[in-house]
Design a protein around this ligand. Structure first.
Ligand code: CA
Length: 357
């Protein structure tokens, strides 16, 4: 609807209701109050604060026409009920990551990250310009949810271990918190993946309920104090090479918005998508320095043969998922095609540059 038509229509409504003049209605409008539920502990660095920023940005850009109250995990609903809450309209928005809903929609995992797959920049390029976003919307459509990319962790760390990983044998029987497709890969390597929300990691590791956990990277891991609960900090994050964080928007609530508010909500997600990535990029290196030099953390690279084995298993897991589920196949085809092309370009751009600088 053109803005002029909107004002005209709002004016007709206002006159009928005997309310104020049309322009005032169009400007002030009805104050919209939304809730945003998140999978993160309240105010958790970058993840929680990024969700807060998204809410605040929408309020500022709409000049207060939309106000959003943000809830941390467990405040209104448990962490892993965010998708359902937004789907049924208990909350109009959510913030999390798509692999948390794998029990409900297996193919959603492609929209978080794929083990040994695209990094954060490549992933975002696929979503914005490679057809990924359209497939993501199609995936959530039956649940009355509109997804948006709203943050990216960039390459993560392999995680915190209380067991040395010297060979693939050491993965056998390993009880590790690791979500998404990475968890499926660990299972195939003989380990036991568990899915726990971030807030439960420290205690689970400290008490020995799990042998290892991954979370995000130095900045977020330091915030949870995971170095006080594990002996070794392994890299690289083969299982999460650039995880997309998502904003979930209840479709009905979105469709009720005026055209300009719709544009603002979508673009605020874009701003936060970039901003959170850059915050991770800026703060992970400072935190790594603190972990290594202040806390004397034993940082180790996973052995090459372990990574090679995990890569073979990852390809198996991903292709089997595509083979058994037609929706997953469609997404996998698009993802793989884009990955192949962008990897060829990055081979002679980013990668070679990293090696020569
Ligand atoms: Ca992670």
């Amino acid at each position: 609807m053109k803005r002029r038509d909107f004002i005209k229509q709002a004016g007709v409504g206002a006159v009928a209701a005997g309310a104020a003049a049309a322009p005032a209605i169009a400007k002030a409008g009805t104050k919209i109050k939304w809730k945003m539920v998140t999978t993160w502990p309240k105010n958790f660095p970058v993840l929680g604060t990024g969700a807060n920023e998204l809410a605040e940005l929408i309020t500022k850009m709409t000049d207060g026409r939309i106000k959003i109250k943000v809830y941390g995990a467990g405040e209104l609903i448990p962490a892993f009920e965010v998708f359902d809450a937004v789907s049924r309209g208990t909350a109009e928005m959510g913030h999390g990551s798509a692999y948390y809903w794998k029990g409900k929609i297996e193919e959603a995992q492609f929209f978080s990250t794929v083990p040994f797959g695209m990094n954060g920049q490549e992933m975002t390029a696929w979503l914005y310009y490679g057809g990924g976003m359209e497939l993501w919307q199609e995936t959530y459509e039956p649940f009355g949810i509109i997804p948006a990319a709203a943050g990216n962790t960039l390459v993560q760390m392999a995680g915190w271990f209380n067991r040395e990983i010297n060979s693939t044998k050491d993965l056998e029987g390993l009880k590790m918190r690791i979500p998404g497709l990475g968890g499926e890969v660990l299972k195939r390597a003989g380990g036991t993946p568990v899915n726990l929300p971030g807030g439960e990691l420290f205690t689970s590791l400290k008490t020995g309920a799990i042998d290892a956990t991954e979370w995000v990277g130095p900045y977020n891991d330091l915030a949870f104090g995971l170095h006080k609960a594990a002996k070794y900090y392994y890299y690289p994050g083969w299982h999460e090479p650039g995880t997309t964080l998502e904003a979930l928007i209840n479709k009905k609530a979105y469709e009720d918005l005026a055209a300009d508010l719709k544009v603002i909500v979508k673009n605020a997600c874009k701003v936060v998508n970039q901003d959170m990535s850059l915050e991770f990029a800026a703060k992970n290196n400072q935190a790594l320095d603190t972990l290594v030099n202040k806390h004397k953390v034993d940082v180790r690279k996973l052995p090459d043969d372990v990574l090679a084995r995990l890569k073979v298993l990852s390809l198996e897991v991903v292709s089997e998922l595509a083979a058994k589920n037609s929706a997953a196949k469609k997404i996998h085809d698009s993802y793989s095609k884009f990955y192949k092309q962008i990897a060829a370009w990055n081979e002679i751009s980013e990668k070679i540059y990293f090696n020569v600088r």
